[in-house]
Design a protein around this ligand. Structure first.
Ligand SMILES: NC(=O)C1=CN([C@@H]2O[C@H](COP(=O)(O)OP(=O)(O)OC[C@H]3O[C@@H](n4cnc5c(N)ncnc54)[C@H](O)[C@@H]3O)[C@@H](O)[C@H]2O)C=CC1
Ligand SMILES: O=P(O)(O)OC[C@H]1O[C@](O)(CO)[C@@H](O)[C@@H]1O
Length: 477
């Protein structure tokens, strides 16, 4: 079987970045941007050394070892596919095998950035308080024995302690997770982990380490057996873990690096002073649209994001919601034409090669709706603007939580708050129309706003009596 061919001479590459969470998104995004620069001869000393701290990462270790860090990235859209072999991953360390090797890499003079895609949960943040959970078992363990860390933040704190003791400058910690204010959250996690055992080190980190914020975007699903077969059939490469994603790519990054950075703008990254307008745009347009596709689509019922996005009724609803209620809440976004951005969203969502399921998009909606939709509702209420469509979207979600689609089939609810929300959905089904929206953890005090409640009730009744399509028609008439 054919092995993968390196795209360039990799002998001279020097790792300048240590990356925690070498999953599919990193391999479709940051590693691809660095690969692009290496091909231009501009980042030979910014190759990536991957680190995995989770037990499941042993599989990535085996594949990366077997394939010398190479893998195939396949970009698929509307019947077309292109591929490239990515060479920017210079190595991979499975941390439980040799924790000291990870710390040695992190304290090397050549390492100037430690980057992260460790998922939202990986930051160990209490959502309600916005603070690091210092009493979680893993944080306590790493605090009790800081020289032998097991978590991402334990490793970062110990490496920073060693660098400081050796008189080296600290590396920059660059989060690339899909979190609003990801740099701020990484800062909170690192400083809080340090503070448990060494408050003075925590202060030094607070004053000396840089945590740039970023907005990252590229829809990258989990690799399937079909993806592996596709690479084998079409490119002749035997790749145990290729990555398939959409062609769209966006990375907006705050320019805040203490020890330099690769010339990422030459690879298409938008390096800016303030990431906030871009983040709000993504969360309130892209992610809110995903919620609308998921909750209306699952009522009809549809299965995939591309089906829901191509559905004329749902598309009309989402476009109207974005135009009338979401866009008016955004700050000006430098260099972005918002109507064009919305058109691009639909081009991306209708990409049938990316089999994103509505079930995935609806997962943990109690965490997503407040960030993507309810914040917009609040801004509109404060500004005296309409909340008709946002309230309808909440009603679609609330009705879906009753668990039955329009054809009588089951809607599975996979949500970390389901113990709290499903009993409320059951009361709603019995006629208590405001039961779900009275949950303050999700909706805050929205149930006290008469206009929101009126719009919500009307849509809930209509969705229940007449279904999603008819409700959309009436709302948009
Ligand atoms: N997949 C996508 O379309 C996009 C993903 N992202 C961000 O990237 C993150 C990762 O997504 P994927 O790479 O697609 O997922 P993945 O499942 O392929 O990889 C997740 C990685 O995170 C690591 N991880 C998980 N929990 C951890 C923890 N507690 N501590 C340390 N490491 C941990 C895993 O070991 C793995 O390496 C997402 O959660 C999101 O924040 C951002 C934009 C798009
Ligand atoms: O859903 P997660 O794990 O936050 O990350 C994926 C995010 O990125 C996207 O795939 C687009 O970049 C969205 O679907 C989603 O918001």
């Amino acid at each position: 079987m054919a092995s993968l061919t390196a795209p360039y001479d990799r002998n001279s590459l020097i790792p300048g970045i240590v990356h925690f969470g070498l999953g599919n998104f990193h391999r479709a995004h940051q590693a691809m941007f660095i690969d692009r620069l290496i091909r231009m001869g501009k980042a030979q000393d910014w190759a990536i050394l991957g680190v995995g701290v989770m037990p499941g990462d042993s599989r990535m270790r085996d594949v990366m070892q077997e394939q010398d860090g190479l893998y195939t990235l396949v970009l698929k859209s509307h019947g077309k596919a292109e591929h490239l072999v990515i060479g920017s991953i210079a190595g991979f360390l499975f941390a439980p095998d040799d924790p000291e090797a990870v710390l040695t890499a992190m304290t090397a003079d050549t390492t100037r950035i430690v980057s992260l895609t460790v998922t939202e949960g990986g930051y160990n943040i209490d959502d309600a308080l916005g603070t690091f959970k210092v009493d979680s078992p893993a944080a306590v363990r790493d605090a009790e024995d800081p020289a032998h860390p097991t978590t991402t933040f334990g490793y970062i704190v110990e490496a920073l302690r060693r660098r400081r003791a050796a008189g080296q400058k600290p590396f920059t910690v660059m989060s690339c997770d899909n979190l609003q204010g990801n740099g701020k959250i990484a800062h909170e996690a690192v400083v809080a982990q340090a503070r448990i055992t060494d408050p003075e080190l925590a202060e030094w980190i607070d004053a000396n380490v840089s945590f740039p914020n970023s907005m990252v975007d590229r829809i990258t699903p989990v690799t399937t057996e079909d993806d592996i077969q596709f690479v084998r059939d079409n490119y002749g490469g035997d790749d145990a873990w290729p990555v398939t994603c959409e062609p769209f790519e966006q990375w907006v990054l705050e320019d805040k690096f203490t020890l330099g950075r690769p010339p990422l703008e030459d690879a298409g990254v938008q390096v800016v002073e303030d990431v906030v307008p871009y983040e709000l745009m993504k969360l309130r347009l892209l992610n809110a649209s995903h919620q609308a596709l998921a909750h209306l689509g699952r009522l009809i019922p549809l299965e995939f994001a591309d089906q829901a996005a191509a559905d004329p009724d749902i598309q009309a609803f989402v476009r109207a919601y974005l135009e009338r209620e979401a866009i008016p809440t955004l700050k000006p976004v430098p260099g972005i034409d918002l109507p064009d951005y919305v058109d691009t969203l639909f081009e991306r969502f209708t990409n049938e090669a990316i089999k994103d399921t509505l079930a995935r998009l609806a997962q943990d909606a109690s965490d997503r709706m407040p960030k993507f939709v309810i914040s917009t509702l609040r801004d509109n209420i404060a500004a005296g603007r309409s909340v008709q469509l946002g309230a309808a979207l909440c009603a679609a979600w609330a009705l879906g939580m009753e668990g039955v689609a329009e054809d009588g089939s089951k809607i599975a609810v996979d949500d970390q708050l389901s113990d709290e929300l499903l009993p409320l959905a059951a009361q709603q089904k019995q006629g208590q129309q405001t039961a779900v929206i009275s949950n303050q953890r999700v909706f805050g005090t929205l149930a006290d706003d008469a206009t929101f409640v009126e719009n919500f009730r009307r849509s809930l009744e209509s969705l229940r009596e007449h279904g999603a399509r008819e409700t959309i028609k009436v709302l948009l008439a």
